[in-house]
Each structure stands twice: as C-alpha cells, then as structure tokens.
Design a protein around this ligand. Structure first.
Ligand code: SAM
Length: 309
C-alpha cells in the first residue's frame, strides 16, 4: 500500500502532518477544549501517557507559547510516559509508569507539592486485537490514571481521559462519579465513529470524605460495600459530540487534491524515540538493503499504531 493511501483514508493523520502535530490525537484534545473550555484559567497541568507528545504540543502551544513572558512564569506542564519523547517548549518530561506511587511523588515534586488544575490522559496499552481483553486493559489503565489523579488534582479540578465505550463502561463512570460532580462522555469528530474510543470529561473534583489516595487499595475497589451502600446510583451520563459538524469526517476517504490544492506527501512530524523494536534489530538476519527495508516497515507500523483511532 502506497504512503499516500493512508493520507486518503485518514484525513486527520494527513492534517496532523501538514499542521506539524506529532499525532492525529492533537485534534481530539483541541475539539474537546472547543466544547468544554478545559484550559480556561489553567496554569498547572499533567499529561499522563504523553508520548509521542501531540497532546503535550497542544498544551505547550495553548498554555505556554501563546502567553506573554510574565504569564509563562506561572505555567507548568508535566508530561509522563513509559517512553521518551522529543522535547517541547515549556514541557517537563518524566519517564515513568502511571501505576507507581513513585511517579505520583515525582510529578508532585515538579510542582513543589502544589496540586494541579487539569490532568489529561490519552494512554493506551499495546493492543492485542482481542477486543474483550483490549477493552479490559484500557479500563484498567483509565482506573490507574484516575488513581494517580487523586494524588495530583486540586479540589474543583478537571480530568479528561480516554475510555472505550464497552459493556462495562457504566462501572467506570460510576467510579469516576465518586470523585467528580460532573462526568460527560465526549466524542470528538476526529475520533472515528467506527471506533469505541471516547473521552470522559470530568469536572468539579472532590475526594470523598476520609479518602486517602493510595496505590495499595485504589479507588475503594477492596471496599466490601455495594454501590448502593456507598450512595452511588446509576445515572444517565451525558454524551456530547464535539468539533465542527461541518468539519472533516474521520471515517471518510478524501481526494489527495483537497479543494483543488496540490498534494505533497509528508513524513510523520516526529518518529518514536528509542522504540522497543530497536532492541530486536540485531535479530534480523537478512543482509544490507533488506535490513534497511525491515526497519522502515517497522517504523511505519509503529507510527500507525500511535495513530490508531
Ligand atoms: N497522547 C499521546 C499523544 O498525543 O501523542 C498519545 C499517547 S499513545 C496513544 C499511548 C501512550 O501510553 C504510549 O506512549 C504508552 O507508552 C503510554 N503508556 C501505556 N501504559 C503506560 C503506563 N503504565 N505508564 C505510562 N505511560 C503508559
């Protein structure tokens, strides 16, 4: 399949390259902000599972680069991932696992132990292709993100996180509603309709009385009380599509000559830094040219994985 084929099939992948975003996910965060104004009044923010960094790019541009020199002094953006990522203006990077208490402490120390106003999370485990398993692991990662957020977020703060709308979504929403007064599910138009991916936009954070953040017994999951005893009742969660309805449709194939303009094939803005497959390179036994071809194929596959939805 030619390189331009993906540009035809995935308009947001193409636009991301044209506009300098590291991944198409940048549009999802911008469309969520258009609808919910999540950046209003925010100076301290954490980007969980940030690599290769398109959400951090949006944060850097909106909260740091577009500000005056005196405003910049108050802004702190911390990006965390298991993987390294290329630097960005105004963004402090931490290599860490969001399921670890040590990562929570490291993040907090970057803020001088001050709590933050916004936590965003666009994490994804390696996809297995087994839908039930992928859904389960994604749910566990969202819970890990919520758990670390209980250490970091100030009262009334906001959390935005990726969620798969699978069969257990109402349990996840019920857990979020323990900590947030308002929970909405958002579907940005840059996220394919054919994908079960959505985002929870949770505002008005408050730790339940007596709750102490912990990684040992996270989110009261070892609490033997039933949901009704905990005063948690199922509610209908608002679902909002965001982004301009007259904008590009993520599920549609577009002509390469958009609006009659000449098409230029571009490479992704930022390749992965020391990706895991690099370790396996010496195992490739083919010679000379073939080795190079294998590397290119793997890079392309890896970039595709980063731009899944
Ligand atoms: N938001 C990113 C962007 O806009 O460029 C894309 C994130 S990518 C879809 C998912 C990321 O989750 C990967 O970089 C992966 O390393 C990270 N991740 C998965 N599990 C993690 C964990 N336990 N701790 C930290 N990062 C994790």
């Amino acid at each position: 399949m030619g390189k331009s084929s993906k540009d035809k099939r995935d308009i947001y992948y193409r636009l991301a390259k044209e506009q300098g975003w590291r991944a198409r996910s940048a549009f999802k965060l911008m469309q969520i902000d258009e609808q919910f104004n999540i950046f209003d009044g925010v100076t301290r923010v954490v980007d969980l599972c940030a690599a290769p960094g398109s959400w951090s790019q949006v944060l850097s541009k909106t909260l740091y680069s577009n500000k005056s020199e005196s405003e910049k002094k108050d802004v702190k953006i911390v990006a965390v991932d298991l993987q390294s990522m290329a630097p960005l203006p105004g963004v402090i990077q931490l290599k860490g696992d969001i399921t670890k208490e040590s990562t929570a402490s490291e993040i907090l120390s970057q803020f001088g132990d001050e709590l933050v106003e916004l936590v965003v999370f666009d994490g994804a485990p390696d996809v297995t292709g087994l839908h039930d398993l992928d859904e389960y692991i994604q749910a566990q990662l969202l819970l890990a993100a919520l758990n670390i957020t209980t250490y970091l977020l100030k009262p009334q703060g906001t959390f935005v996180g990726k969620i798969f709308r699978g069969k257990d979504v109402s349990i996840l929403i019920a857990q979020l509603e323990i900590f947030f007064e308002d929970v909405t599910i958002a579907k940005p138009c840059s996220s394919r309709n054919s994908s079960i991916e959505s985002f929870v936009v949770c505002s008005k954070f408050q730790l339940p009385e007596g709750y102490k953040p912990t990684m040992a017994n996270p989110l009261m999951t070892n609490d033997s009380r039933t949901w009704s005893e905990m005063d948690v009742h199922p509610v209908i969660t608002p679902f909002i599509a965001c982004g301009s309805l007259s904008g590009f449709d993520a599920d549609k194939t577009y002509d390469l000559e958009l609006d009659g303009l000449e098409y230029i094939q571009r490479d992704p803005v930022q390749g992965p830094i020391s990706p895991p497959y690099e370790k396996s390179k010496p195992l490739i036994t083919t010679k000379g040219k073939s080795i190079l071809q294998s590397e290119e194929t793997e890079t392309a596959n890896s970039m595709e994985q980063l731009n899944l939805n």
